[in-house]
Design a protein around this ligand. Structure first.
Ligand SMILES: O=C(O)CCC(=O)C(=O)O
Ligand SMILES: [Fe+2]
Length: 497
């Protein structure tokens, strides 16, 4: 088996940054992130640089790397403190030149969230201003939150850690979870038509009575928050590709973090069935944990004037439409390395807004300790309500020649085609199946509805042309995207989503 990550390949990727690249390259580079995320989940105390070094030393073999890391002589990640810290609001740090308190400036937040530093946010105004999220504390009446928590703690006894195969390694997620939908019909569809990272989900449940009861409140609150966000942050107009339709939470993933050591690695949630600019409502119950977010940096320029070796490069270089500039709030190159920790107490609803999944990654790191909750003890329950859009039903989206529905992703690693969406095959992630070279640019109307798709049929010739020009001829290893399906580099801890 070819080594999956090698220094040579990484160099090659780096050299192709400005031209002649394709989403396949993007996927390839992200495969390294997937491995790092897996390793990070398995070895949360080892920093990323050290993980990468050991991974490279073991030719990209995650299992061998993990074995080597079992003898922990590597540097610890700084700042693994207790989940609950003391700062109450960023505004208390914001002092105007006259010395009086003022609302926090973006400049101040940028300074605090610089590379290597973590900005801790508690206050809803700070969170709204400095992250793509908004938060509502004490969201449910206390007794309803209590009922839901008790019900889900009981349910969580049957939750499982998602496991997935990475070459010959079986990796399991660092927390447990289950997936719920609104009706028996949806459940059947999920089991028989939806595919997550190349496989069908076997454990799909219908919403429990409390999940169902709370769903209406979440729907109402999230739609209100969306409108507020549009009014206050997007200049009164929804984002391009954001759906104008009401957000309807017809599915929910429930996560259980059983103690401070349980976590979820860096990832973006999978857009395949949610569509572009998805919104997610995330309800936290039980112990407080830190929800970390970090911006995906706009890739730095590495000009390579000689790299016009492929047809795709020539086409793409002339294709101004797809040299998309970063959004204004993402303009600073090199920005994005600082982390922001949003503290999620019991009974808080976090809304991940439309700018989140494409532009940011999120994680719940292991904590050194947690403050016990009177009902949940050391456990945290998290419910992410999601809107599975009809237009993104697997019957309506591209299916590759090998028969597996394609996944929807976005280019984030290359300036070329940055922000452009594409469909690609995940069959190569299924043990025993041949990797498939399918990829296809995704096109949407302004409201994020897919256009120009011909349903479940493949368009192999178009894809082959693109692939032949810009993909496989560079030895891209598509087996790389074996990680979590909801996110491009979530390290496999959500294999089923
Ligand atoms: O536990 C959380 O707050 C986040 C969970 C998450 O990111 C997910 O379910 O995708
Ligand atoms: Fe997530």
């Amino acid at each position: 088996m070819d080594a999956f990550v090698t220094r040579k390949k990484r160099k090659a990727c780096a050299a192709q940054t400005t031209s002649g690249t394709s989403p396949a390259d993007d996927a390839h580079e992200e495969s390294t992130d997937i491995k790092l995320a897996i390793l990070s989940s398995l070895h949360p105390h080892v920093d990323q640089e050290a993980l990468l070094d050991v991974l490279l030393a073991h030719d990209g073999d995650v299992e061998a790397t993990s074995r080597a890391l079992k003898a922990p002589r590597l540097p610890r990640k700084p700042g693994l403190g207790p989940a609950v810290a003391a700062q109450s609001s960023l505004r208390s740090f914001a002092v105007s030149s006259s010395g009086s308190l003022s609302s926090p400036s973006s400049k101040r937040a940028k300074v605090l969230a610089r590379k290597g530093a973590t900005l801790h946010l508690y206050d809803p105004l700070d969170i709204s201003e400095h992250t793509p999220c908004t938060i509502i504390h004490n969201f449910l009446p206390a007794e309803d939150a209590d009922l839901l928590l008790r019900e889900l703690l009981e349910e969580s006894k049957t939750f499982e850690k998602a496991t997935f195969k990475l070459f010959d390694n079986v990796v399991s997620s660092p927390h447990t979870s289950a997936f719920y939908v609104g009706s028996y019909k949806e459940l059947q569809e999920q089991k028989h038509e939806y595919v997550y990272n190349g496989v069908r989900m076997t454990d799909v449940r219908t919403l429990t009575p409390q999940l169902e009861r709370v769903r209406a409140r979440v729907q109402e609150a999230v739609n209100r928050e969306i409108q507020e966000r549009i009014r206050t942050r997007y200049g009164g107009k929804k984002l391009k590709y954001q759906s104008p339709d009401p957000w309807i939470p017809n599915a929910a993933f429930v996560n259980c973090y059983n103690g401070p050591h349980e976590s979820v690695g860096w990832h973006s949630d999978q857009l395949t069935y949610l569509g572009p600019r998805a919104v997610i409502g995330s309800l936290s119950l039980g112990v407080t944990r830190e929800f970390r977010v970090r911006r995906i940096p706009f890739p730095p320029a590495t000009p390579d004037p000689n790299n016009t070796t492929t047809a795709a490069a020539a086409v793409n270089d002339d294709d101004d439409e797809h040299h998309q500039p970063p959004p204004a709030d993402q303009a600073g190159e090199g920005q994005g390395d600082g982390q922001i920790a949003i503290h999620l107490p019991h009974n808080s609803l976090l809304v991940m807004h439309a700018e989140m999944q494409e532009g940011w990654k999120h994680a719940v790191h292991p904590a050194a300790a947690v403050d016990p909750h009177p009902v949940a003890g050391a456990r945290r329950i998290n419910v992410t309500y999601r809107h599975y859009r009809a237009g993104f039903h697997p019957r309506a989206t591209p299916r590759c020649p090998c028969g597996v529905p394609a996944v929807l992703r976005v280019v984030t690693r290359r300036r070329q085609n940055w922000g452009r969406y594409f469909w690609m095959c995940y069959a190569g992630n299924v043990p025993g199946r041949e990797a498939c070279a399918f990829f296809r640019w995704a096109e949407f109307d302004d409201d994020g509805n897919p256009v120009g798709m011909t349903g479940a049929q493949s368009d192999a010739s178009e894809v082959k042309a693109e692939e032949g020009a810009g993909g496989n001829d560079r030895g891209v290893d598509r087996g790389g995207d074996r990680g979590g399906d909801r996110g491009n580099d979530r390290g496999g801890d959500r294999r089923r989503r």
